[in-house]
Design a protein around this ligand. Structure first.
Ligand SMILES: [Zn+2]
Length: 94
């Protein structure tokens, strides 16, 4: 199981996942979804990182939810999830 990632709170390489796009909330903060953007946290590829994988076990309108341990496009790992929503981190993505 893996704690669900949330926009504006969970991190990738110490940068926040941006609060764009549709989402439900967990403890008042929208969950991170496949395709969400990450704030810039260094030179390329860390300046335009996205979340290219999510979990098949939890989707919102068909879009996979991202959890701790999923890897961003810059190869940094998603951290600081919220264990209030624990999901199976089955990978979906490229
Ligand atoms: Zn990075």
């Amino acid at each position: 199981m893996a704690a669900v990632a949330r926009k504006n709170l969970s991190t990738v390489g110490d940068a926040l996942i941006q609060a764009t796009g549709l989402a439900i909330t967990v403890n008042g903060q929208p969950v991170a979804l496949l395709g969400n953007l990450v704030d810039s946290h260094g030179d390329s590829p860390h300046n335009k990182a996205t979340l290219p994988v999510g979990s098949l076990a939890a989707t919102i309108n068909g879009v996979a939810v991202v959890a701790e341990g999923h890897v961003a496009s810059c190869v940094h790992v998603v951290e600081d999830g919220d264990p209030a929503m624990d999901i199976v981190p089955l990978l979906v993505g490229p």
